[in-house]
Ligand binder design. Sequence first.
Ligand SMILES: [Mg+2]
Length: 477
Amino acid sequence: MYVWTPRAFQTGETGCGPETTTPKVPRAPPCPGARRPLTSSAERGGGGRRSLHVRTAAGRMAVIRCFAALRAAPGLWRWAAGTAAGTQGRRSSRGYTVSPAQSSPTFGFLLDIDGVLVRGHKVIPSALEAFRRLVNSQGQLRVPVVFVTNAGNILQDGKARELTALLGVKVDPDQVILSHSPLKLFSKYHRKRMLVSGQGPVVENARSLGFENVVTVDMLRMAFPVLDMVDLERRPKSTPLSRTDFPAIEGVLLLGEPVRWETNLQLIMDVLLSNGNPGTGLATAPYPHLPVLASNMDLLWMAEAKMPRMGHGTFLLCLEAIYRKVTGKELRYEGLMGKPSILTYQYAENLIRRQAEKRGWAAPIQKLYAVGDNPMSDVYGANLFHQHLQKAKREGPGDLQKQQPSTTQSCTSILVCTGVYSPQAAGSTQPAPGGEQTPFHGHRDFDFSPELMQASHVVRDVNEAVQLVLHKEGWAL
Ligand SMILES: [Mg+2]
């Protein structure tokens, strides 16, 4: 992994398009407090283990089920295939004139949001500098950019508006990938009656993803007041009549961390243990249980506070532990998405391609650069996707690749020091020097693979990340 600083490039490079040769990236001083030089893994061609790192049988099944869901939604891949196949030589649909070199970027950015572009509601100043480099004189992006966040308690449109206001660059909703965005592909469950857990606009979010019949935890609590007994203030003062007119729940949708964790944990368990009929209960818990679809596995995330906050991954950890303790069996996920899931990166790759098509950029996108602050989600995910791309290249296209022709050759991970990762922090999720074991903050269904958490590059902030990539690609800084 390179530790890089733009000061190495203050030599007056000019030109707007790719050069015939890519300049060698020199080593440079580390970002403050960096503990050791790290080696490039993604750039070595997939570094480390060659297999996909999905740990448990349940996890592997979840991945297979994810792919099955994709196969069940061929239309969503068709636009990707069309994008890859039919855009040679097209002019920009917006009619502006660009130089041939600028018209066809062969790379795109996957930018994380929290800890990279913003901290809480404040923009990180380097993000503004980065976007000044990424837009042309008309204020349009010079290369495809998507925003890939594990946040989920917000609407896609709202996130796009928020980013537009913070960055001063027009961000379209279809440039934003929330942790649950790939749930659009799970059409098999869209007509089922799903219990949805999270906070904020959970019903609107579920509906925007295609789910037509959703029940919130609050709706369930109101229907069965005796279920929610942790808070003494919310316990019913008298015994309500039992209800028999509440249709059975057919699945569980976990979109993000809720406000009242104890209520959601209790009622989700009730639904799973009763096969969707929490008013009746069952003597024996059914297994396999009802399908559970979950997004956002982040154990921790970074806001304004000096220390990381507990994320939805912590909530899932609680649910998995309770389910296992009560039933003796593992909670199974029918789908598990958000970074570091490969599915999320495939989704992002398709949006990048679609964006290039909209802009009339003819050259196929070959390289992705994923910039993030969380080694476990951003770096691990990018490296895992890179491995996936290498495997597909070695072994030929599988069923999924045949449906989704991909021109992407690599996905390079770039870690910034403005969020969760701090080279100086105790308990940093970057592997410690000398093989010292650090806590694994990843999800249960993913292997602890230290090499997958090693970023190809560590830079101070997103502005340095953008400069690094533009330089590597031979584009003007
Ligand atoms: Mg982040």
